[in-house]
Design a protein around this ligand. Structure first.
Ligand code: NAD
Ligand code: LMR
Length: 327
């Protein structure tokens, strides 16, 4: 058993190894923005995940406290906290998975795109460091606007010659979580049995739930499907307004823990907004996307939604690309 120690230089905390699972592979996860509203519960969930052997918690401030706190949990992973730019390289070195919830959240009245001004620069510099220190990591982008921050990451990686579309993800799990919850409520079925694919991006009309493919199937009118679609698209705004200036969704983001589940099914339904290639189902393995499973049959209403979302998604993607190239 290793004892709990700390080092002033790296704010390092070693947790007990007494619960180590010898058969599980070594796996390092880095969270960038670990001291924030999403970062803290996400750090907790990663610490609880038996697939993780090392957990690097990075933020510009606050990580010593979060790392010390999380490190006391009696699970196998070794937790280290890193603060400030000069420790970013150490935090990233050797990471298999990087999760990025760094940046500012919305306040009532704002769109996700209103966050671009601040978050684009944050994400760009973090991705420069990823390209340098862990170019093979699976990168999960949470920072908004996801429709632009994923293309920013892609362009940064391309400029360093390390881009792999199979390894870069916009985290849109929350849209799936919401679609399932709202559908189950309306259809009066057990939410645990519900599956609803969601395609597109992660903002307003670019979020397109495919209730025609939902299971179990329920008899719903067109009006009910429209209302469910709108509620799913506006789910983030619903939380932002309810929090009344104190940030956006953090607790329901807990589902991001699925990122590491099983290694064979990392995200059950994930899509990337890149290049308007809408990918509703992908099968993931430990090296990222292993199989693209297609869109499936769309209803007329969904087909219209798909056409309607493309211009906004395209312009958000172009905005991200232009930012990296200084246009
Ligand atoms: P928050 O303000 O509570 O936390 C953000 C953290 O990022 C802070 O701890 C801050 O210090 C840190 N940070 C800022 N600049 C940094 C940098 N350069 N390097 C490292 N860390 C840095 O915000 P939050 O509620 O955790 O939300 C974070 C982001 O996630 C927002 O952009 C929000 O819109 C987005 N978000 C996305 C989803 C999604 O589904 N993709 C869901 C909810 C929130
Ligand atoms: C969400 O969907 O809850 C997040 O993208 C946060 C937001 O600003 O809506």
């Amino acid at each position: 058993r290793r004892s709990t120690t700390s080092s002033a230089a790296t704010n390092t905390y070693f947790s007990s190894r007494g619960f180590s699972s010898e058969s599980a592979p070594e796996r390092k996860v880095a969270i960038l923005g670990a001291a924030g509203g999403i970062g803290q519960p996400l750090s907790l969930l990663m610490k609880l995940n038996p697939l993780v052997s090392r957990l690097a918690l990075y933020d510009i401030a606050g990580t010593p406290g979060v790392a010390a706190d999380v490190s006391h949990i009696n699970t196998r992973s070794e937790v280290k906290g890193y603060a400030a730019d000069e420790q970013l390289g150490q935090a990233l070195e050797g990471s298999d998975v990087v999760i990025i919830p760094a940046g500012v959240p919305r306040k009532p009245g704002m769109t996700r795109d209103d966050l671009f001004k601040i978050n684009a620069g944050i994400v760009k510099s973090l991705c420069e460091a990823i390209a340098k220190y862990c170019p093979n990591a699976l990168v999960n982008m949470i920072s908004n606007p996801v429709n632009s921050t994923v293309p920013i990451a892609a362009e940064v990686f391309k400029s360093h010659g390390v881009y792999d579309e199979k390894r870069l993800f916009g985290v849109t799990t929350l849209d799936v979580v919401r679609a399932k919850t709202f559908y189950a409520g309306k259809a009066n079925v057990n939410v645990a049995d519900v599956n609803v694919p969601v395609i597109g991006g992660h903002a307003g009309v670019t979020i397109l739930p495919l209730f025609s493919q939902a299971s179990p199937q329920a008899n719903m009118s067109d009006e009910e499907i429209k209302a469910l679609t709108k509620r799913t698209q506006d789910g983030g705004t619903e939380v932002v307004e309810a929090k009344a200036g104190k940030g956006s969704a953090t607790l329901s983001m807990a589902l991001v823990k699925n990122i590491l589940h099983g290694q064979l099914q990392l995200f059950s339904q994930q899509q990337t907004p890149l290049d308007c290639n809408l990918i509703p189902y992908v099968r993931l393995g430990k090296n990222g996307v292993e199989e693209v499973l297609g869109l499936g049959p769309l209803s007329d209403y969904e087909q219209q939604g798909l056409e309607a979302l493309k211009p906004e998604l395209k312009s958000s993607i172009e905005k991200g690309i232009a930012f990296v190239h200084g246009n």
